[in-house]
Write a protein that binds this ligand. Structure first.
Ligand code: PSV
Ligand code: MN
Length: 398
């Protein structure tokens, strides 16, 4: 380390944290910038993007003020355009790149009884073909990750054969996997319920992992923090997936009750710290670790660009705290059975105010220390309200 300090001193840990935070990146979801809501109401916001180009322009603002959000995930067909190379060039002009391509298996009438698990081979073939199209979009945009979230499941016991559906799913995934280029990955997300209520075909990390292991090394698990039952120990899942080298990505968000898609770190910042602590402990923060740190959120009542900025800052704060853990003291306490000492080592880091450290990081990168204030002062919000008149606002599902 250039400072000549070591991580056994507080100054050394601070310097190491700054170095690691400089390299940390967080991927933004295009859909966070469009209108969204609940099944009861979508509240339209002035200045919202009307197409994927404007969504990317808004995402670039988040990167501009945080310096930590250089990629944007797309959702197909919501972000369908005429020319994907043109869209990628537009992203590059704005200083960002295209991240994961999300397939969509939940908005087609054919998929009422399932997509890759559907009893009818015609429907299954249609779902596979959709992923082939997504792979072509990845080639045109330079994206690495094909993200699959399977909404398939059953509402009633006996509705279909639980085991046959797993077999159909394995077959469909294998067909998609066979179409990957060497640099591509399938990242397979799990969710314990919704839209199906009795049984979901990929309900948990174990099921996702089993399918990934059967597929091969280019298949990894996605952990969406909102997709667990209340009380689930998510950091245990993180540790377990890291152990076997299959944690491909996070979809970060917060939940109070179901899949709330609120800002990450808003509901339970301590949980986010515990997750990032496992990441740091496993040295998985490195850009080449294979873990893609993505947001998957919807901003129904709050302004969208600042909500994404706040979310990136929340991830950075949890990460900074995790980086400040005195790992030597923690290890020593664990080895000697010092329960309170070990817990204290974590809590000392968690209770550190890391905002001055992050302000210093941003200033060292030529950024304003407070991204929220800098964005508010930029006038961008007023400009898009004035300029984006006419046309149809993009929303969840467009
Ligand atoms: C499903 O709830 C999910 O988390 C998946 O990632 C989808 O692609 C995303 O939400 C978009 O709504
Ligand atoms: Mn998700």
């Amino acid at each position: 380390m250039s400072t000549g300090t070591t991580t056994s001193s507080a100054a050394g840990r601070r310097a190491a944290a700054l170095a690691a935070l400089t390299e940390q990146t967080i991927e933004l979801p295009s859909w966070a910038f469009g209108n969204s809501g609940t099944r009861f109401k979508v509240f339209a916001q002035a200045g919202v993007p009307r197409d994927p180009y404007e969504k990317i322009a808004d995402a670039a603002q988040v990167h501009r003020y945080t310096g930590a959000a250089p990629r944007v995930s797309l959702h197909i067909p919501w972000d369908k355009v005429e020319g994907y190379a043109h869209l990628a060039a537009h992203a590059a002009d704005q200083g960002v790149t295209i991240g994961a391509i999300n397939s969509n298996l939940f908005q087609d009438d054919d998929y009422m009884l399932g997509s890759l698990t559907h009893p009818d081979p015609r429907v299954r073939a249609k779902a596979v073909a959709h992923h082939r199209e997504c792979l072509d979009i990845m080639r045109a945009t330079g994206s690495r990750d094909l993200k699959i979230w399977l909404p398939d499941g059953l509402n009633y016991p006996g509705q279909d054969d639980l085991r046959a559906r797993q077999d159909r799913l394995a077959e469909g995934l294998a067909e998609i996997y066979a179409g990957l280029d060497p640099e591509h990955r399938i990242i397979l997300e799990y969710k314990f319920f919704e839209p199906a209520f009795y049984a979901t075909d990929v309900p948990d990390w174990g099921t996702s992992l089993l399918h990934c292991l059967a597929l091969g090394p280019q298949a990894m698990v996605v952990l969406d923090t909102g997709h667990h039952a209340p009380g689930t120990n998510i950091e245990f899942i993180v540790a377990q997936l890291l152990r076997v080298g299959r944690l491909g990505a996070f979809d970060f968000n917060s939940r109070f009750y179901a899949d709330d898609d609120l800002m990450v770190g808003a509901a339970d910042p301590f949980q986010l710290f515990r997750i990032m602590n496992e990441i740091v402990a496993a040295d998985a923060l490195r850009p080449d670790s294979g873990v893609n740190f993505m947001l998957d959120q919807c901003h129904n009542i709050e302004p969208k660009i600042p909500a994404q900025i706040r979310s990136v800052m929340n991830v950075q704060e949890a990460t900074a705290k995790a980086l400040l853990v005195d790992r030597e003291a923690l290890h020593a306490a664990q080895q000697s059975g010092d329960v309170l000492g070990a817990n204290g080592a974590l809590m000392d880091a968690y209770n550190t105010d890391v905002r001055p450290l992050l302000a210093e990081l941003r200033e060292s990168q030529g950024l304003e220390p407070d991204p929220m204030r800098a964005y508010a002062a930029s006038g961008y919000a007023e400009t898009i309200v004035a300029e984006r008149v006419g046309g149809a606002q993009a929303g969840w599902g467009a």
